[in-house]
Design a protein around this ligand. Structure first.
Ligand code: IFM
Length: 470
């Protein structure tokens, strides 16, 4: 086994006792086997098979073949010393048409996965919805209709009934902002709609489904219930310019407060509802919904990749992902970026965590995703050197540590992602993994960052930065 960076260890930046180290994945991005075990079709099967929707026409049909190789993958996790692994359950494996009794073969797969994780001492963290809605439900309106929220809660109970004896931590939704607005307003994710009214309706029904699922799973005895958001670390280009400050406030509303406020019992923000009303009636919001959505949380999952800088730009057309954002410019950062084109700015994570701790206190935070796409490949000797990923992770862990020092209750950190996988509309071009996947052979090659992470976990924290004198 390779060791990276050990000689540089002078001191350590330690994390609190019990801090959880892990990695995350999602079903459609890794499993493959889309026609096995009685799995139904999902909106991502349909979307990825639609010409022009994904880079190179890539689909998740085979992905990392994790459905068949999960034991090998869990063994690799154990070699890295992961304490936790966050994966998602594919709803169409459990209910091929999104309703009715559970498909036993679907539950069996996750049952085997959970047993294998537990057998290696790895705590399973289950995400119930990471974007793969059963296609049959989409044909009845998908997330734009209320029924889908009720269906989601029913599905969540089926999964909990089978896995709840071993799974302690449940995440209802992954990044509902992406599901609602990338999927229904910008149309760059499944189901590929471009209708702002549909985006707001979908956001509401995702929130409602979350609340109903939390209520149901809590009644069924689930230990820790949470949600994963991708809050924007948004800031005005010029903090002294009132127009820029107002622009940042609106984007904050459309990405952050629209989910956080109702989930934390404050109801919908008035400014966000006013934007939604511009595009159609908001009659999706019914009496009692906000109380349902406010079901108490035991965990707030935070996915962070990059900051957003905005400014008032009169005449600028609306950004399709942010309905109502006419006159707002999204300013590219001049500094370094990952291969997604996302600015690398760890301080944005510190600021975001401080803001969440201040405005939405009382719920422990787990970093459920953080990581970077870089296209490093094996060299002639088979080694994958990925120093930029190591630097990215190092910088962001220092940012998390700084937030903890300033009072944020962050309990753990999960790298996105365990292994290279299907990066949605970007297909297989973008590689976020700690482990390189050679897709033609499905060979897994831990990158230098994987060994770096293993050493960090073993040490319980970061090595001190190099002084140049060692
Ligand atoms: O790959 C995705 C993941 O599915 C959700 N969060 C962001 C990641 C990188 O784009």
């Amino acid at each position: 086994m390779q060791t990276v960076g050990q000689s540089a260890v002078q001191a350590e930046l330690r994390f609190p006792a019990g801090f959880v180290w892990g990695a995350a994945t999602a079903a459609y991005q890794i499993e493959g086997a889309v026609s096995e075990g009685g799995r139904g079709r999902s909106i991502w099967d349909t979307f990825s098979h639609t010409p022009g929707r994904t880079a190179d026409g890539d689909t998740g049909d085979v992905a990392c073949d994790h459905y068949h190789r999960y034991a090998e993958d869990v063994a690799l996790m154990a070699r890295l010393g992961l304490a936790a692994y966050r994966f998602s359950v594919a709803w169409p494996r459990i209910q091929p048409d999104g309703t009715g009794p559970a498909n036993p073969a679907g539950l069996d797969f996750y049952d085997r996965l959970v047993d294998t994780l537990v057998g290696h001492g790895i705590d399973p963290i289950v995400t119930l919805y990471h974007w793969d809605l059963p296609q049959a439900l989409q044909e009845q309106g998908g997330w734009t209709v209320r029924q889908t929220a009720h269906r989601f809660a029913g599905y969540a109970e089926l999964v909990h009934a089978r896995l709840g004896d071993r799974v302690r931590t449940w995440v209802t939704l992954n990044e509902p902002w992406c599901a609602a607005f990338l999927g229904h307003t910008a149309g760059v994710h499944a189901p590929g709609q471009a209708d702002p009214a549909a985006g707001f309706a979908a956001a509401h029904h995702l929130l409602l489904g979350h609340g109903e699922a939390v209520r149901g799973l809590r009644a069924a005895g689930a230990e820790r219930l949470g949600v994963t958001l991708n809050p924007a670390a948004v800031r005005p280009a010029d903090p002294q310019a009132p127009g820029d400050v107002a622009a940042a406030r609106l984007v904050d509303g459309l990405q952050n407060r629209i989910f956080l406020d109702p989930m934390f019992g404050h109801g919908y923000p008035a400014d966000v509802l006013a934007v939604a009303r511009r595009f159609g009636p908001t009659d999706w919001l019914q009496d009692g919904d906000e109380a349902t959505i406010a079901a108490p949380l035991g965990l707030l999952g935070v996915n962070y990749y990059a900051p957003a800088v905005v400014a008032a730009r009169p005449g600028e057309p609306a950004n399709p992902t942010y309905p109502g954002s006419e006159g707002i410019g999204f300013i590219p950062s001049p500094g370094p970026a990952t291969e997604m084109g996302w600015a690398i700015e760890p301080a944005g994570l510190t600021g975001l965590l401080e803001r969440l701790a201040r405005d939405y206190p009382g719920v422990p935070i787990l970093i459920t995703e953080n990581g970077a796409a870089f296209a490093d490949r094996p060299d002639a000797g088979g080694r994958v050197a990925d120093p930029r990923r190591i630097a990215y992770l190092d910088g962001h862990l220092r940012a998390v540590h700084a937030a903890i020092d300033r009072g944020a209750d962050v309990r753990g950190y999960l790298v996105w992602t365990l292994m290279d996988n299907f990066e949605w509309a970007e297909g297989y071009r973008k590689r976020f993994g700690l482990i390189y996947v050679d897709y033609p052979t499905q060979r897994r090659v831990p990158k230098d960052s994987a060994w770096w992470y293993r050493d960090l976990i073993a040490r319980g924290g970061l090595a001190a930065p190099r002084t140049g004198r060692e």
